[in-house]
Design a protein around this ligand. Structure first.
Ligand code: HQG
Length: 179
């Protein structure tokens, strides 16, 4: 079983196109594992996939992208489905970081951070994670520093994605520092 391919397929199903699998995410992005497996089994590539494979996939992954609880599974972040996943605001750390290609910086420093194709802006809890995120698009990404505590004090909501990833609806320019 190619666990990396499985993870990519699940991210596609649970973040972007559940309807292609006849799945419906609940408000918090969950689907029943039995329904997901039934959907996967319809494709020749995934006829043998089991719930144990899903657990193995989560364990083997370099990032914490999916979680399983109570017989259900969901993606922890990254969604682009039209119905926004409902999240509970949480107190962010003082600083969050965002790695982005150099070519995006002028626009970000003019408009703030926007979610673009996704439901939320994705922020990193540390510089290393931000570098990894940014390096997907630029070998030398720019790391922006976000004054999350000041933004939260001003009423902006932040949401916990996983250990390394925080989410926000939008980040205005005044909280973004280019060091
Ligand atoms: C940029 C991956 C111009 C933003 C990663 C980013 C992450 C602007 C791009 C997660 C802008 C959106 C998310 C503005 C934002 N003007 N550009 N005003 N505001 N941008 O992929 O944060 O491996 O939707 O800087 O590792 O790069 O899939 O967001 O470059 O954790 O699990 O618009 O996805 O995780 O790109 O990445 P994305 P992201 P996975």
């Amino acid at each position: 079983m190619d666990l990396m391919k499985l993870s990519k397929e699940l991210s596609y199903a649970l973040r972007h196109a559940p309807w292609e699998y006849e799945l419906e995410l609940d408000d918090e992005g969950w689907v029943e594992i039995s329904q997901l497996l039934a959907a996967l089994h319809e494709s020749r590539k995934w006829t043998a996939v089991t719930e144990a494979d899903l657990h193995r996939m989560i364990q083997a992954s370099d990032k914490q992208r999916h979680e399983i609880a109570g017989g259900r599974i969901r993606a922890l972040y990254g969604h682009s489905t039209p119905q926004k996943i409902s999240r509970t605001p949480a107190q962010p750390p003082q600083w969050l970081y965002h790695g982005t290609p150099t070519r995006a910086v002028d626009s970000i420093m003019a408009q703030g951070l926007q979610p673009r194709q996704r439901q939320y802006v994705h922020l990193s809890a540390d510089v290393e994670t931000a570098s990894l995120v940014g390096s997907r698009r630029d070998p030398k990404p720019v790391i922006l520093r976000i004054d999350a505590q000041a933004a939260a004090a001003d009423g902006l909501s932040f949401y916990h994605g996983n250990e390394n990833i925080w989410l926000a609806d939008h980040v205005p320019v005044k909280y973004i520092h280019r060091d």
